[in-house]
Design a protein around this ligand. Structure first.
Ligand SMILES: [Zn+2]
Length: 275
């Protein structure tokens, strides 16, 4: 599933291709992707004639700012956007196509069909699901060691599920939680409230550092991920633990272990992350 670095990279690469373009037609092949309004015909009516003025990211969501509405989209497992010419060959698993007035098209492809699109009146997008209840952005000043520490004192959860739930800090998924916990030398099954002040500082630092390095490298191409211009990310080459079950730790040469924490496959080094 794309996490913050991948969604940020999609946003940056896609905005170069779609900002300034006016939507002339919408073709919906799989209506379940359209979550709001409930009627896909109404979705088409609202979007037609609108121009894409900018794109934003909030957590793992992509936002398209149109004239007076905002489209909020989540790629879920394998969703991807690509820009094509109208005459280009059909792309398999394309479920929604936005035709632009300049003869190009924004095509949404999704093998698993789990992705979503919601429309909101401009300025109201954070008042209704799915953007309500989201925590702070990890690159914002609001994300502090204190915020992380205070939120963890109110939970009995383990540190990994606590970081995954998006309610304190957004953008982390399975890959970057495992990587950030490794960098901070924290075992993924530690209870969140049991971390020491020093560990919270290290964890805060490693979350910001891991995510920003991954953004710089265009995200991690694991499974099918490519950016908005069809290019792969490079961060997967620097992964320390994620996806490295039975491989030697790059720091101590002990064997990386995979366990299940909160229902999610979790990778860690038993020597570097002892407690
Ligand atoms: Zn190690």
């Amino acid at each position: 599933m794309p996490e913050l670095p991948e969604v940020e990279t999609v946003k940056r690469t896609l905005e170069e291709l779609v900002v300034g373009k006016t939507i002339q037609s919408v073709d919906i092949g799989w209506p379940n992707i359209i979550k709001r309004p409930a009627d896909p015909t109404e979705f088409t009516t609202e979007v037609k004639g609108q121009t894409i003025h900018s794109m934003r990211r909030r957590g793992k969501f992509l936002l398209f700012d149109l004239d007076d509405i905002v489209m909020v989209s989540h790629l879920r497992m394998e969703g991807r956007y690509g820009v094509y010419k109208q005459e280009d060959a059909p792309v398999p698993h394309t479920h929604v196509t936005f035709g632009f007035s300049d003869g190009t098209e924004l095509r949404y492809q999704d093998v698993r069909k789990f992705g979503t699109m919601h429309l909101f009146e401009k300025g109201k997008e954070e008042e209704t699901m799915p953007l309500t209840q989201l925590g702070v952005e990890p690159f914002d000043e609001e994300f502090t060691v204190e915020l992380l520490t205070n939120a963890s004192q109110k939970t009995t959860r383990k540190i990994k599920p606590f970081l995954l739930d998006q309610k304190t800090v957004v953008g982390l998924g399975n890959i970057y939680v495992d990587e950030a916990l490794f960098r901070a030398r924290i075992h993924p099954e530690r209870l969140a409230h049991s971390l020491t002040d020093e560990e919270f500082q290290k964890l805060h630092h490693s979350i910001v550092e891991t995510l920003s390095e991954a953004v710089q490298l265009g995200g991690s191409s694991i499974k099918s991920y490519v950016n908005g211009q069809g290019e792969m990310g490079m961060f997967q080459q620097t992964l320390e633990v994620y996806g490295r079950k039975n491989e030697p730790c790059k720091h101590c040469e002990d064997t990386i272990i995979r366990i299940v924490v909160g229902g999610r496959g979790t990778h860690y080094c038993p020597t570097c992350q002892t407690n």
